[in-house]
Design a protein around this ligand. Structure first.
Ligand SMILES: Nc1ncnc2c1ncn2[C@@H]1O[C@H](COP(=O)(O)OP(=O)(O)OP(=O)(O)O)[C@@H](O)[C@H]1O
Ligand SMILES: [Mg+2]
Length: 199
């Protein structure tokens, strides 16, 4: 079983969106469970409006639901304290720290990375990236690489498709409109990067 935890000190940085779309990706490879530890129950509410290709439970039901799963994705509350963060990091196969490409998100992400220490296997994911010709996403990636922070090559573009998908209760993969294919391709590329990391 492989466990991915998506976390960070800041709210609204696409933790839940990332957890949902990675669960969608991995559900194409094996039985997948999404544990919604977000107190807003973003993923559970999203799933209740439609249908996800994987099971979603809250953290209290996770113990039972985990049996037989190959992939477990854990979405976390907006602001875990540093003790909670250590517990979240302990025992997962990959920790993902999303950040949007702006200083307001960068600082809490750096603090999260510092609090994780050296023993945790993590990667930074740059999300809600404004479209070309804006270069903030690429610039942020270069800055993080210069600072020796491990960052995913894949950037997650900004699109209103995620709001449409949330309203319909499906992952963006299932909306199948032209420009949203590219958005789904972002999370597919991210999933492939993760598979390569684990090889
Ligand atoms: N790539 C994207 N493009 C555009 N909007 C996005 C993208 N990813 C997420 N969003 C939107 O940003 C908002 C926050 O996303 P999400 O709920 O995934 O963040 P979160 O980090 O889980 O927030 P919280 O801390 O409240 O749990 C939502 O309205 C979501 O639809
Ligand atoms: Mg959330």
């Amino acid at each position: 079983m492989k466990i991915i935890t998506v976390t960070g000190y800041k709210g609204g940085i696409a933790k839940s969106t990332t957890a949902i779309h990675l669960a969608t990706f991995f559900s194409e490879f094996g039985q997948t469970l999404l544990v919604d530890g977000d107190l807003n129950r973003t993923s559970l509410a999203w799933a209740e409006r439609g249908q996800f290709p994987f099971e979603v439970v809250n953290q209290h039901k996770a113990m039972k639901a985990i049996s037989g799963k190959e992939y477990v994705i854990i979405d976390t509350p907006a602001r875990p304290d540093s003790d909670e963060l250590a517990e979240l990091a302990d025992g997962c196969d990959l920790l993902i720290l999303p950040t949007t490409p702006d200083v307001v998100s960068l600082q809490p992400m750096m603090q999260t990375a510092r609090d994780l220490g050296d023993d945790v296997f993590y990667r930074v994911l740059i999300t809600i990236v404004p479209p070309y010709p804006n270069k903030e996403g690429q610039m942020m990636k270069q800055e993080l690489q210069k600072a020796n922070l491990p960052v995913f090559n894949t950037l997650i573009r900004r699109t209103t498709g995620y709001q449409q998908a949330a309203m319909k209760g499906v992952p963006i993969r299932d909306l199948k409109t032209g420009d949203l294919r590219k958005a789904w391709q972002d999370y597919k590329n991210l999933g492939k990067e993760i598979q390569e990391l684990w090889q």
